[in-house]
Design a protein around this ligand. Structure first.
Ligand SMILES: [Ca+2]
Length: 142
């Protein structure tokens, strides 16, 4: 468990670091594809958002949200990801939408840093962003 501090530019740098972002997206996609069929189903995506805790930061949902409302929200998120309405989300769709979400988070954060408490094994995108910044600080490119 550690604490990281991130702001909008941390997140934006992470998204713009294309190789690193692609790798992170692929890792997370593979971890979320529980039945390994190469696409994310509705329930796999829901689990994903529950574990990444992006909902709270991006969609402003508090923990007291009624279950039926949450289901509606997750359905609408699924439809956002499922660009071709095929009923499942492939890696390309996932990557495109994650990028949009991360940039929206970056805009939301602006220059106001937030503190995040993280589990060490957290599959958390924002943590990956913070890790990238940390690695830059420890290896400054002069
Ligand atoms: Ca799947």
């Amino acid at each position: 468990m550690g604490v990281v501090i991130i702001d909008g530019s941390t997140v934006r740098d992470f998204v713009n670091e294309e190789e690193q972002f692609k790798k992170s997206v692929e890792e997370i996609f593979a971890a979320l594809d529980l039945n390994n069929d190469g696409v994310l189903s509705r329930s796999e995506l829901r689990k994903a958002f529950e574990s990444m805790r992006l909902i709270e930061t991006h969609f402003g949902v508090d923990v007291a949200t009624p279950p039926e409302q949450l289901t509606k929200l997750y359905d609408s998120i699924f439809e956002k990801f499922d660009l071709d309405s095929s009923g499942s989300i492939d890696l390309h769709e996932f990557s495109a939408e994650m990028k949009k979400i991360m940039l929206a988070i970056a805009d939301g954060l602006g220059s106001c840093p937030i503190q995040m408490a993280l589990e060490d094994d957290d599959q958390n995108f924002l943590k990956k962003a913070a890790d990238l910044e940390a690695s830059k600080l420890s290896h400054p490119s002069s």
